[in-house]
Design a protein around this ligand. Structure first.
Ligand code: DC
Length: 222
């Protein structure tokens, strides 16, 4: 069974998807981490982010891998090109550049292919932007999470502060809006809810409430 969780940046996807995966005892797949890893590799190699051909070749030649401890739902590390990039892919420089990389159709095709292989013959909670629409259109459960821009900026600012990056609320909100506009207006698989996805606005809801609702749907679909 595939549980697809899509939504904009800082909508609560990661927290919710990880908790759902733990509750159901199935692996969590963070597809955003894969776009971030390719963006990190491009930045590291000083690849011009406007060069779709080179970016596509980079994504095709360097599969992203996740390490899971025995029986664990959540990956402990993300690797690309022989490097552990678990921390680096969360740096603000990656935040600022990942949308450009994720807009390249060839990069998307390479990563979608890797995502389908990672979910072969296993249950999975996959989170991203195009899981219910493109990667797993026949997922048994599809949820699209949203939250108000203010709430999302508040959550992202706290995440960044916890990682030692102090950024003001307004600046965080502007950056998020810029990334959302980029992700929603790109031609290749723009961020949008699948027609058959349940749209859940998490503003004012606790993580528990959202997780309970998704687990209930997953159990009903089993
Ligand atoms: O979920 P995130 O913030 O870690 O995602 C990083 C970027 O990757 C985000 O700008 C959108 C993009 N992305 C995507 O285009 N498709 C996905 N399935 C996952 C993420």
């Amino acid at each position: 069974m595939i549980i697809a969780i899509d939504g904009p940046a800082a909508s609560g996807k990661s927290t919710v998807a990880k908790a759902v995966a733990r509750r159901l005892g199935v692996r969590h797949l963070d597809t955003g981490a894969m776009y971030r890893a390719v963006a990190w590799l491009a930045l590291e190699g000083e690849v011009p982010l406007g060069d779709a051909v080179v970016l596509t070749a980079l994504a095709e030649a360097n599969p992203v891998t996740f390490e899971y401890e025995e029986g664990e739902a959540i990956a402990t590390s993300v690797r690309i090109a022989g490097r552990d990039v678990t921390a680096e892919i969360r740096y603000p420089v990656v935040d600022a550049n990942v949308s450009a990389v994720a807009a390249v159709p060839g990069v998307r095709a390479a990563l979608v292919c890797q995502q389908r292989i990672l979910a072969e013959a296993r249950d999975m909670v996959a989170e991203g932007r195009d899981i219910g629409t493109v990667v797993f259109p026949s997922a048994e459960v599809k949820v699209f999470l949203t939250a108000s821009p203010e709430e999302r900026a508040r959550r992202r600012r706290i995440d960044l502060a916890n990682q030692g990056h102090e950024v003001g609320q307004d600046e965080v909100q502007q950056r998020l809006e810029k990334r959302d506009t980029h992700d929603s207006t790109r031609e290749a698989s723009p961020l949008e809810a699948a027609a058959d996805a349940e749209i859940l606005d998490t503003t004012g809801l606790s993580v528990e409430q959202v997780v309970d609702e998704i687990v209930r749907r997953a159990e009903a679909a089993r």
